[in-house]
Design a protein around this ligand. Structure first.
Ligand code: PLP
Length: 396
């Protein structure tokens, strides 16, 4: 064996993908309801993505940041417009995008001559595997093997305003939260808690860092999930679907937050290269047009799941928004992931007992029916799909 064994069993050997389906080397076809963990938002083989990759590969794959190119500028402008913030740093992953946000919080506090360092983050949160991102990840199982990590990080339960008020003292430089916790089991933050994060960050002169790596860029039907609440963070962390399947992360800063960085204070060899940025522009253009579809088909998915939950004693709760859904079970979810796969449906289990669904944005209502039929079969719930509803919902 030459591949480091950190991922556990990987039962499928993938040959290729097409639309919302993956094909394995044995010729079996699977409806993909996890999209490479939220990455393949346009499904597989999208013509605009394929064209951008082929054309750019023949022109120039990599420039380094010693030189500039139009796609990085255009993508930064588009992300600023999408987020309501101002300046963008490009990297290669969600964890790296979080590192830039953490460095921003430290540099801003240091520039202001302060000796404070406290970061408030959420229990159950997930922000990546680098040591900085890990330090603010609210799950001890990921952090503990690598202790000690950066100090003075306090974790509070999601949606607990009193705990947030207690933790975010005058030494606080940042409050970090996923707007909808993904890896932790699909837990949406509520409006009161998000407003408290906004108010406390402003009152403490701290940064609200919104990690939208999993819930952002259209997944909930909004460009970013925080926009459903009419609030704007100081820093937004994003990655996953941004590069259309290529590695690309972005940290988006308000003007004030961006002022933390001077020349040479941060950088990346690969981040913001012409190939990934050009593909990201092609992704965002299509994602923009898909937002109404995501809202519509997302409502349908949640209605179907709630209907199933009402008749299935194994389901404790259904959570999420848009095309981000979690089905919390009373039992371990792993056997059901296996059974779903045997019936041609790919999803995953997170947090032990939450079946996670992150289908491509181009999923149709008929494909939602197909997935829900498999779920109802394996979870044993009675279900009565109303086909007239799915027929009334057009594909993207
Ligand atoms: C909310 C969130 N932040 C950060 C990350 C880390 O992203 P990456 O694996 O690209 O480093 C993830 C990955 O699942 C995530 O869900």
């Amino acid at each position: 064996m030459s591949v480091l064994q950190v991922f556990g069993p990987r039962p499928l050997e993938i040959e290729r993908g097409e639309g919302c389906y993956l094909m394995d080397t044995a010729g079996r076809r699977y409806l993909d309801f996890i999209s490479g963990i939220g990455v393949n938002a346009l499904g597989y083989g999208d013509p605009a993505i394929v064209h951008a990759i082929q054309d750019q590969a023949a022109r120039c794959l990599h420039t380094s940041n010693l030189h500039s190119h139009r796609y990085q500028r255009e993508l930064a402008a588009r992300l600023a417009q999408w987020s309501g913030l101002e300046q963008v740093f490009f990297s290669n992953s969600g964890a790296e995008a979080m590192e830039a946000a953490l460095k921003c919080a430290r540099a801003l506090a240091n520039r202001r001559g302060r000796t404070r360092h406290r970061i408030v983050a959420l229990e159950n949160g997930f922000h990546g595997r680098t040591t900085g991102a890990l330090a603010v990840t609210g799950q001890a199982k990921y952090r503990e093997p690598f202790a000690p990590l950066i100090p003075d990080v306090i974790f509070v339960p999601a949606n607990d305003v009193d705990a947030l008020l207690d933790a975010a003292n005058e030494n606080t430089i940042a409050i970090i939260a996923e707007t909808i916790q993904g890896e932790g089991g699909i837990y949406p933050l509520n409006a009161t808690f998000l407003q408290a994060i906004r108010d406390l960050s402003s009152a403490r002169d701290a940064l609200w860092i919104a990690d939208e790596t999993q819930c952002g860029l259209g997944r909930t039907g909004e460009r970013f999930a925080y926009q459903a609440f009419g609030l704007t963070p100081d820093v937004v962390v994003t990655a996953k679907p941004l590069g259309g399947g290529l590695p690309l992360g972005a940290t988006i800063f308000s003007g004030e937050a961006a002022s933390a960085f001077g020349l040479g204070m941060h950088g990346s060899t690969f981040g913001g290269g012409p190939l990934a940025c050009r593909v990201a522009l092609a992704f965002l253009e299509q994602a923009e047009h898909l937002l109404p579809h995501i809202c519509q088909v997302g409502h349908y998915l949640h209605a179907r799941l709630r209907e199933m939950a009402a008749h299935c004693s194994l389901i404790r709760e259904v959570r999420g928004r848009g095309l981000m859904a979690g089905i919390e079970l009373n039992v371990s979810g792993d056997p059901f992931v296996e059974q779903a796969r045997e019936q041609g449906l790919i999803l995953n289990c997170t947090h032990g007992n939450v079946l996670r669904l992150l289908p491509p944005f181009v999923i149709t209502a008929a494909e939602v029916d197909q997935a829900c039929d498999v779920l109802a079969r394996i979870l044993g719930g009675r279900h009565s799909p109303d086909r007239t509803r799915s027929r009334a919902l057009a594909g993207p």
